[in-house]
Design a protein around this ligand. Structure first.
Ligand SMILES: Cc1ncc(COP(=O)(O)OP(=O)(O)O)c(N)n1
Ligand SMILES: Cc1ncsc1CCOP(=O)(O)O
Ligand SMILES: [Mg+2]
Length: 356
């Protein structure tokens, strides 16, 4: 790379560029490792690698020779949060933030170094924003795809400890559903549940309330037939959050898929006091979903350890429950039981012992 600018600002300029090129490369490498080993996504990993190579092209020996680590006060500065990250999402977000900040510095100071540098790093900053959106969406979809049991919560004093017990049993998908509390309580509870779920790398969604989902940075929302349109929720939530839709009939199912739901609820399979007044859609509708839904779907409504086999016999391999876990004496054990049965069922299906 030809260096032609700013004799004035050298070597300060060069040290700034060197430090931020370094920061960008390191941050991208951390993100790349997650794409490769965590997400198994060759495509996303390649994109990170390509960006790193472009950064490396600007990181010349000459710029690097201006490094002065011993006198650099920045090497001592560590934010307390760097020492303590609660999960992979936080780690990725911190590194995206670091890369984007460094790219912004490279964009501004780069203009003093080479006319192309400012343009290149501006473009790269936008590429990294898009990468972040795709990666987060990919991450969430991946966890969703691997989730076969969905806990929909009910309010109560033991809410957090029950959810934590279920997470310890291997639960990876939680919905906060609270039809009775005031908004202040809802907001505080949603915040706590969201943090808890993320500590276990589980997804956290909010029932009905898009505003609360955004406020607590949840992974998505669950919307019923009478809630706002999926298109509007998508505008508010952006492309990377998940949107689930309840369906009670083949028409609902078709529409929800067309409208871009990420998953659907199918039910109520059985009448349930948790959703009093809503008639059962029955196992017939579950059979319809088995044949017609190409997106993940969860049978819901009155499912427990006694009727799980009947539900799975339709070909259904994902269920959502409220009482079976929320009212259980041992939520960890019940979660483990459901997960093991659903796992067993999936392996039988894949060996064609059961109809697909
Ligand atoms: C996974 C899942 N499926 C269905 C529902 C029911 O949603 P909705 O019809 O909006 O009813 P309420 O839960 O809001 O009473 C759900 N919550 N989750
Ligand atoms: C929210 C909801 N939507 C359809 S059925 C249902 C409640 C399911 O609760 P339970 O698992 O206790 O029957
Ligand atoms: Mg609803």
């Amino acid at each position: 790379m030809e260096e032609q600018y700013s004799p004035l600002a050298q070597p300060i300029l060069y040290r700034i560029l060197d430090a931020n090129l370094d920061r960008t490369r390191e941050g991208l490498r951390i993100i790349e490792e997650w794409c490769r080993f965590g997400l198994n996504s060759g495509e996303l990993a390649e994109e990170c690698k390509h960006l790193r190579q472009e950064v490396a092209r600007w990181h010349t020996m000459n710029l690097r020779s201006y490094r002065n680590t011993i006198d650099d006060p920045g090497t001592e500065l560590t934010h307390p949060q760097e020492e303590q990250r609660s999960g992979i999402e936080q780690l990725l977000q911190a590194n995206f933030c670091r890369v984007q900040e460094a790219l912004r510095v490279l964009e501004e100071y780069g203009k003093l170094y080479h006319p192309e540098m400012g343009k290149t790093f501006k473009q790269m900053r936008y590429q990294v924003y898009t990468l972040e959106t795709r990666l987060l969406a990919h991450d969430r979809h991946k966890v969703l795809l691997n989730s076969y049991l969905y806990l929909v919560t009910s309010p109560g004093e033991r809410l957090l400890s029950i959810v934590e017990a279920a997470l310890q049993g291997g639960l990876t998908l939680v919905q906060y559903r609270d039809k009775t509390s005031d908004d202040e309580t809802r907001l505080k509870t949603a915040q706590k549940l969201c943090q808890l779920c993320h500590r276990y790398n589980a997804l956290f969604l909010v029932n009905d309330r898009v505003d609360i989902a955004v406020a607590v940075d949840a992974d998505g929302v669950h919307l019923g037939q009478d809630d706002i349109p999926i298109e509007l929720a998508r505008q508010i939530l952006g492309p990377q959050r998940l949107i689930g839709r309840s369906t009670h009939s083949p028409e609902d199912l078709k529409r929800a898929i067309q409208e871009g739901a990420d998953y659907i609820g199918v039910g109520p399979v059985y009448e349930t006091p948790t959703k009093a007044g809503r008639a059962a859609a029955g196992l017939e509708y579950v059979r319809h979903a088995v044949k017609n839904s190409m997106i993940p779907w969860f049978a819901i409504g009155g499912i427990d350890m006694n009727n799980l086999d009947d539900v799975m016999a339709t070909g259904c391999d994902r269920i959502a429950v409220v009482r079976s876990i929320m009212n259980a004496e041992q939520p960890t054990l019940v979660t483990q039981y459901f997960l093991s049965q659903l796992n067993r069922f999936r392996s039988l299906k894949s060996y064609k012992v059961l109809p697909k």
